[in-house]
Each structure stands twice: as C-alpha cells, then as structure tokens.
Design a protein around this ligand. Structure first.
Ligand code: HEC
Ligand code: HEC
Length: 552
C-alpha cells in the first residue's frame, strides 16, 4: 500500500514541486491553495511563468474568486513568484515578443495547437508557462469552466474521429481531439522541471545593473537613435531608477525620460519611463554576463508604436554602436556617421577599415562618441555585408555594399489598425508602415537565402482596394495613409451614414509602397519597385486581456 501511494505521488508530480517560502504568498493564497507538509501550495507549486503570467492569474483570483490584495502586496507577490516560479532566460526568449507587444504576422507554433489554442489568443499566451502534466490538464478544465463554448469550437472540433468523412482508415487513424493533441504537445515542450531552469536557479546572482549604459535603437518609419541610460539602485535590490536620453540620427532631436523599473528572475526588465501622459513601457532581457539588454520600448493605445532597443554597458574601451546609414552603393562617394563610445582622439583615415573596395577618404568630424567619414566605394567590388573597424573597435557585418535595390518588401505582410477618436472613449490604433530594400545577393536571384537586406528605403505610400466584397469601397472610409511617412491614421469609429447600410468605417485594403530611388533596379517593363501589405482596419478593442501594471 505504501509503495502504491508513493507511485501515485510520483505520478502526480509531487516530487517536482516548488515550495513556497514567502510568508506573504502563503498567507494570501493558502486559504484556497492547500499547503502540504513540504511547503508546497496546491497548483502554485506546480507552475512557472513570466511576471505577466503570474499577474494575469492573480487578477483572476481577485476578479472571480474574491481574493483581496493591496497593490503593494500584489507587486510583492508577482515579484516573488516571477523570481522563484519564473522562466529561465532561454525559456523566456522565444516568447518575449508577446510581452513586447510586437505585431507578428507569422507567429510560429506547432501545427497541433492551431485549432485548439491559437483560435483565441496568440501562442505567446501558452508558451510562457511551464507546468506539470497534471497542471496542463487542469488548464483545459479552467478554459472549459470559463468558456464552455470552447468545447465545441476549438477543443473537440466538429467532425472528428473514425467515421468522420475523409478520416484515414484504421489502423493509423488518430482519434484524439484537437485539445488532446495540443495538451500532449504542451506537456512535452513545456514541463515544470527543465535543465535550463535548474541551471539558472543554481547560477543566478543578484543583478548589478547600476551605471552608465549606451543606447542604440530604431523606430519603424523614424530611423535610428542613439543615447544613454543611467541606471541607479531603487527602493529594493530588484528596483531601478533610470534617466535616459535618446537622439534621433535623422533629425538630431533629443528626448529625455525618467523612469522606474523592476527586474524579475534576475534578468527580465520591466520598466516605465517618461511622463504620466506620455509613458513608454520597457520590456528587455539582460544578457547572462549583464553587459547588454535588448528588447522593446513601446506606447500608444494598442502599444503599436515602439523602439527596438539595445543597451550596452559603457566600459573603458572603444566600441561601435550604430551608423547613420545601413548601406553603401558601389560607384558612389558619400559621407556618414559612426556612433560609439571611447573613440580615440586624432583619428586618421588609416585608423578606419571597411574592407576591400571601400576607401575612407577623409574624416569630416570626430568626437569621443562619433566619427563622420567620407567614403568612396569602387564601381565594382564584392556585394555583401562589411565589418566596420575604428581602430580596435569592430562592428561585424554592419554595413551592406550593393549595386542596386532589386526589390522592396513591407516590414510585415499584414497590419492591424483600429478605428477610434470619435466618441472620445476609444483611441485610434495607428499603423506605421515601412519599406525595406533588398539586393539579389551573390547568386543573382531575388528572394533567395543569400539576399542582402539594405535597410529602410524612402517609399511613396498609397492604398488600393482589397477586392473581398463586390462593390467594395473601403479605401474611401478606413482612414488616411500619409504618402511620405507611411503613417496610417484610422477613421473614427461608429456608424457612418455616408456609407452603404451606415456601416462602421472598418474594412480591408492594401497599403502599397512604391520606390523610385536612383538606385532602384529597372525592370524590363520599366515599372517602379512596389510592395504590398494587407491592412485590416477594425473596430476598437473593447476589452483587453493584458497587464500594463507589471512594471509599476
Ligand atoms: C478565494 C480562493 C482563492 C484564493 C485566495 C487564491 N486562489 Fe488561486 N485559484 C482559486 C481557484 C478556484 C482556482 C481554479 C480556477 C481558476 O484557475 O481560475 C485557482 C487557480 C489558480 C491558479 C491556476 C491557474 C491556471 O493557470 O491554471 C493559479 C496560478 C493561482 N490560482 C494563483 C493564486 C495565487 C498566487 C494566490 C495568492 C496570491 C491565489 N491563487 C489565491 C482560488 C483562489
Ligand atoms: C475560447 C478561447 C480560448 C481558447 C480556445 C484557448 N484559450 Fe487559453 N485563455 C483564454 C483566455 C480568455 C485566457 C485568459 C484568462 C484570464 O482572463 O485570466 C486564457 C489563458 C490561458 C493561459 C494562462 C493561464 C492563466 O492562469 O491565466 C494559458 C497558459 C492558456 N490560456 C493556454 C491555452 C492553451 C494551451 C490552449 C489550447 C489547448 C488554449 N489556451 C486555448 C482563451 C482561450
């Protein structure tokens, strides 16, 4: 009997649990989540997630189960669970886009979850959890309990199993429902116990982030930015106070922000900076050697606008951060700026190296953080990415040498805009389009693996009807696309009497980029280079499932 019990205990994952040692968590949760003699709280000890995951669960405890928490206790609990029941850096990286609020038009997920899971929320919701097998099963119950309809539409599928039309005949017939297949995959891919988590919990140390960090960033449609962030210790060892400055390479305009941040699990940065009405949320991952942070700073009603940000710890050594151009054309003479830190004084052209065929003619300006140079690129030289060297500082594969822009692509294939601004209740969801130039690469064929990404090109923007419905007139109603900047401003929400059936201003259109630069390849029919992005403009989002408070 004893033996049998221990087998059951093992099978139910008892040995794999994470005890809860924080008195506040025990006090607040153990009323409903029973505590065993090893200090495990039911359910909670069998789960790991990112801070946003814990916050979402916590909110449901408050909303549906009557848990009462002060904002301060909620913060402390999310900090504890995010730290002790968190994700290892390698586990967090693939799913961080979900918290960075990136618009991904091609989220990657295993085919088996398409019907059962991603019909409601992105895969990012699921892949940021680690659970025991039992907990993955209970998650299914939670969904069915709250969304009974899920049984019919997503989880079981309508026509399944042997006898369904088109089902393969025995013996290979797979009679499992979509949710059974999906959960089996989850159990396999996202178990509670992993090598990564074991290694991280054994080797992590208190992060020491205070000091001066160098910032380089890009914002779609706005180009590159450089700047600095000073990080100082905050109220607790996991809190930080920041002061950042960011200068646009294109306009020279500088913006400064003051902010606060929390570090979870020793590497996961959640910050907020700027003023109350103009706040930027910061989601970044700190590298294992604590020398770099990378992520996204974003804002807007739908977090639609943002910078891709990289911070590098400033040290007593020269380094290159960014260049004012991303490509150089063969047969041209041009000047550009290289931004960095600790550059030596009195640099001469011989101190710089951009590889064969690129001659540094003159140094036009220089300082500790910038060197502006004039370069001449040979009429014929090797296509491809070059390293940039300023004395011993090297930025590998940082600038492309090319002859023609052979084709352009929009930064994403699809985009989502939201009507708003009419009633004053719902804010517009803007879309910033960007066109990227490509060179055909060494094989001479476009759209192959060796193609060279040249960076954003100055395209002209227009809209075209997407012919989904006969007599479609969406182009006239969805909003305005700025022909020069590529910024789409959606129309107001609500019924429009000017429209057939007084419909809302929603619709779908093509956003079209046309590039006529002097370096554009000339096609046989003499037509300019174009690219299209499918733009869906829909009604405001009336309910949100996310947690903007994690960093507060
Ligand atoms: C008043 C009772 C009650 C309290 C107090 C409570 N919970 Fe829960 N909790 C529940 C119930 C009921 C469920 C199962 C239904 C669900 O998932 O919403 C649950 C489920 C959960 C789950 C599993 C959700 C999932 O993803 O499957 C987590 C995580 C959780 N609670 C965390 C907490 C934490 C952390 C605390 C303490 C801060 C807490 N709960 C306090 C009642 C409570
Ligand atoms: C009917 C739509 C729907 C489907 C289908 C669905 N989910 Fe969810 N899921 C939700 C909603 C809504 C929430 C957020 C619940 C809340 O507000 O706390 C959620 C939350 C979650 C969470 C977070 C758990 C927590 O405690 O908050 C995970 C993990 C998850 N889903 C995984 C999955 C997986 C895996 C599948 C496929 C087997 C799936 N979901 C299918 C709607 C769905």
């Amino acid at each position: 009997m004893r033996k049998l019990l221990s087998v059951v205990a093992f099978a139910s994952g008892l040995f794999a649990q994470i005890p809860v040692t924080d008195p506040l968590v025990v006090a607040k949760c153990s009323g409903c989540h029973a505590k065993d003699d090893k200090g495990n709280l039911s359910r909670i000890s069998e789960l790991r997630s990112a801070p946003e995951g814990w916050q979402q669960a916590l909110k449901r405890m408050v909303r549906l189960h009557g848990l009462t928490l002060s904002a301060d206790d909620a913060r402390k609990i999310v900090q504890y669970l995010g730290d002790q029941h968190g994700l290892a850096p390698e586990e967090a990286k693939p799913g961080i886009y979900y918290f960075e609020k990136r618009h991904l038009d091609q989220e990657k997920y295993p085919e088996v979850v398409r019907e059962a899971c991603v019909s409601c929320h992105p895969y990012g919701q699921a892949m940021n959890w680690r659970r025991t097998p039992k907990e993955w099963d209970l998650l299914v119950n939670m969904h069915i309990g709250y969304f009974p309809v899920v049984q019919w539409n997503s989880f079981t599928g309508s026509m399944r199993g042997p006898g369904a039309p088109g089902a393969p005949s025995a013996p290979a017939a797979d009679t499992r429902t979509p949710v059974e297949k999906a959960i089996e995959q989850m159990k396999k891919d996202f178990p509670l116990e992993t090598k990564e988590w074991a290694e991280w919990t054994a080797s992590r140390r208190q992060a020491k982030l205070a000091g001066r960090w160098l910032l380089s960033a890009t914002q779609p449609g706005k180009g590159g930015f450089i700047g600095e962030v000073s990080i100082e210790p905050g109220a607790t060892p996991n809190e930080w106070v920041t002061r950042s400055s960011m200068t646009s390479i294109e306009t020279g305009q500088t913006v400064t922000r003051e902010g606060k941040s929390v570090l979870y699990t020793g590497y996961s940065w959640r910050g907020r900076s700027g003023t109350k009405d103009n706040a930027v949320r910061e989601v970044m991952l700190v590298s294992r050697d604590q020398g770099q942070m990378e992520g996204r700073w974003f804002w807007g009603a739908y977090d639609e606008t943002g910078f891709d940000v990289k911070l590098t710890r400033a040290e007593e050594r020269p380094l290159i951060l960014k260049t004012s151009v991303t490509s150089l054309r063969m047969g041209s003479t041009s000047s550009f700026k290289i931004f960095g830190d600790q550059f030596a004084t009195g640099l001469t052209p011989a101190d710089l190296d951009l590889g064969a065929g690129v001659t540094v003619k003159r140094i036009l300006n220089q300082s500790r953080t910038m060197v502006e140079i004039e370069v001449e690129v040979a009429a014929k030289t090797a296509l491809g990415l070059r390293d940039i060297a300023v004395k011993r500082a090297v930025a590998p594969a940082s600038i492309a040498v090319y002859d023609t822009v052979d084709y352009i692509k929009t930064a994403t294939d699809t985009a989502l805009g939201r009507l708003g601004g009419g009633s004053g209740v719902f804010t517009k969801g803007f879309v910033q389009f960007e066109a990227i130039g490509y060179n055909r690469g060494l094989d001479g064929k476009p759209n192959t693996i060796d193609d060279i990404k040249l960076g954003p090109v100055k395209a002209e923007w227009s809209m075209e009807e997407f012919f989904a419905i006969y007599g479609d007139d969406d182009v006239q109603f969805v909003g305005a696309l700025d022909p020069k900047t590529g910024l789409f401003t959606p129309s107001v929400e609500g019924p429009n009497p000017k429209r057939k059936f007084s419909r809302n201003n929603y619709g779908d259109v093509w956003a079209v980029a046309t590039y006529k630069g002097a370096d554009a390849a000339v096609s046989k029919d003499g037509k300019p280079l174009t690219a299209k992005c499918y733009l869906l403009v829909t009604v405001p989002q009336y309910m949100r499932w996310d947690q903007p408070e994690v960093a507060q």
